[in-house]
Design a protein around this ligand. Structure first.
Ligand SMILES: [Zn+2]
Length: 381
């Protein structure tokens, strides 16, 4: 919640801004259309409703246009333009300031928090209509953003993942980068120095308000092609932030960690899991894994890259995970590829954190799953 002291300070600053921008002549004439002008003063019938003037007789309102001050001689009441607005509209001070700020073009963005200005665009906003960035430029933006963040303090990101049992070496190997909030403006500026705003917006890194969008989602997971980042997905490390994920513009280009498959010999076991944490958990324990973004996120065009391995699906033990596994088994079989199924009592990360001998147990369960899959293939002949 905003503290009253800070709120008053904010209003005071806005008042100053308003007074530096307002055109007093047109402001007062708006309410006193018959005002007479004498040098730097206006004289008019006082329009303040609470004064209940008859509207006849000598003008009782005098306005000092240089200072923006008004005075009603008949009721001996005066003040500045904000006070005048309050009296004319029966408004509180805070409402008068807010509405006047908007009227003089101190747009909403300047008054709202950085979180608001940094929020990703909704689909109705203009930037979404622009054509997506080319593969090469997207890669340049991703690499540059990761570089800028990598030079900042990584401690918060590393400890977040450490609490999930993921070690520094795995973090480094996967190129995961943390973007500390206190570096927000610095990183934003460095990106604006390196790229035209339009490119940053087309990549999804910046929004229509020309702000960097990864403000609430600052743990960055890159997707690599031949060792170069081509896409980013980021999660929040705070509780209560919805949605939990934010990404660059466009669809996820591949399975997470798919780039590492090129290093593996054919016939090796590769696990198909859900999400970044589960993928990294298996890697940290010496298993090969690729991750889906969401249980249902597998695309048929990714099958070819998996065909030379023994693939074992270890999706979450919920309805979505079970349904997805069944569907993928059919998809794989239609292309003549086996997909074994391993069911854990929990997700992969929980399993490894809760069982001291998890790696051994996991290996045994894998053997059983592959055997079962082999039997089934034989039956179906
Ligand atoms: Zn008056």
């Amino acid at each position: 919640m905003e503290q009253p002291g800070r709120n008053i300070e904010r209003l005071r600053r806005l008042c100053e801004e308003i007074k530096s921008r307002i055109d007093y002549r047109s402001f007062y004439q708006h309410y006193c259309s018959e005002a007479r002008s004498t040098g730097a003063r206006l004289h008019a019938q006082c329009p303040i409703p609470a004064h209940e003037h008859s509207g006849k007789g000598n003008p009782s309102l005098s306005v000092d246009l240089a200072r923006g001050l008004f005075h009603c001689f008949s009721r001996d009441e005066g003040g500045d333009a904000i006070r005048f607005y309050e009296l004319m509209h029966g408004a509180t001070f805070a409402r008068a300031v807010t509405e006047l700020a908007r009227d003089v073009g101190l747009d909403d963005g300047q008054q709202r928090s950085l979180a608001f200005r940094a929020a990703p665009d909704t689909t109705v906003e203009g930037v979404q209509q622009l054509p997506p960035l080319s593969f090469e430029r997207m890669q340049a933006v991703c690499e540059s953003f990761l570089d800028a963040c990598r030079h900042e303090d990584q401690v918060e990101g590393i400890s977040y993942l450490a609490r999930r049992g993921i070690d520094r070496e795995t973090i480094r190997r996967m190129g995961v980068v943390y973007f500390p909030r206190r570096a927000y403006r610095r990183v934003m500026r460095s990106m604006l120095d390196a790229f035209p705003l339009e490119e940053l917006q087309r990549s999804g890194l910046f929004n229509a308000r020309a702000h960097l969008t990864f403000y609430r989602h600052r743990l960055l997971f890159p997707f690599f092609v031949e060792g170069r980042a081509v896409y980013l997905q980021a999660r929040t490390t705070a509780s209560g932030v919805e949605p939990r994920w934010h990404n660059m513009r466009g669809a996820v280009p591949s399975l997470y960690n798919a780039d590492a498959l090129s290093q593996l010999v054919s016939g090796k076991i590769v696990y198909l899991v859900e999400g970044f944490t589960d993928t990294m958990t298996l890697l940290a324990h010496g298993f090969a894994a690729v991750g889906l973004v969401g249980a249902g996120g597998f695309r048929e065009e990714w099958l070819a890259g998996l065909a030379r391995f023994r693939v074992v699906a270890v999706l979450d033990a919920d309805t979505a995970g079970e349904r997805a596994t069944t569907r993928y088994q059919e998809m794989f079989r239609a292309r003549g590829i086996e997909l074994a199924r391993l069911e854990l009592p929990s997700d992969v990360n929980d399993f490894f954190r809760q069982h001291p001998a998890a790696a051994l147990e996991f290996t045994l369960m894998t053997e059983a799953a592959l055997e079962e899959q082999g039997e089934r293939m034989k039956d179906e002949g």
